[in-house]
Design a protein around this ligand. Structure first.
Ligand code: RP5
Length: 162
């Protein structure tokens, strides 16, 4: 298996507190991944070379997390044909600014946008897993087990009064 299947890019180190939940999910599912801080605004050239380098090393899915005027996912998507999942950070204005600037891509360059913050970070990892599991039966089994354990945890804690 490749050493790299999912490349996670964040616009700032300040996004890590949120994105570590997504990366932990990739880890739990044993999906080879790496994380880089690269910005569409602050390091545009380095971002462009990273996308092509990550592709050449096997990245099948990109997760891009950014806040504010969040162009990161759109710029990554403009540089690759691989699926790009955008995670809006809850930085300013409750993350509505990040959500709208990530989700409102003009027709032609798609970004699959997840929820703001931690939920989006975890779901981006699960969405990446679902994409990869189409051609990886062992990963599909791990993903099924993740769902089963999650369901069991809800059932085990179904009476909050105890
Ligand atoms: C975005 O600006 C980053 O993705 C981050 O969410 C936000 C704020 O960045 P810092 O000023 O904390 O570095 O580019």
């Amino acid at each position: 298996m490749s050493d790299l299947l999912v490349a996670v890019v964040m616009g700032s180190r300040s996004d890590w507190e949120t994105m570590e939940h997504g990366v932990e999910t990739l880890r739990k599912l044993e999906i080879p991944h790496e994380v880089r801080v690269l910005s569409a605004h602050r390091t545009p050239e380095a971002l462009e070379s990273y996308v092509s380098d990550a592709e050449s090393r096997g990245a099948q899915v990109f997760i891009a997390a950014a806040g504010g005027a969040a162009q990161l996912a759109g710029v990554v998507a403009s540089k690759t044909l691989r699926p790009v999942l955008g995670v809006p950070m809850g930085t300013q204005l409750g993350g509505l600014d990040s959500l709208l600037s990530t989700v409102q891509m003009p027709a032609g360059i798609p970004v699959g946008t997840l929820a703001i913050g931690r939920a989006g970070a975890v779901n981006a990892a699960l969405f990446a897993a679902a994409i990869l599991a189409r051609s990886d039966e062992e990963l599909e089994t791990r993903l099924r087990r993740y769902r089963e354990e999650q369901a069991q945890a809800v059932l085990d804690e179904s009476d909050p009064s105890t």
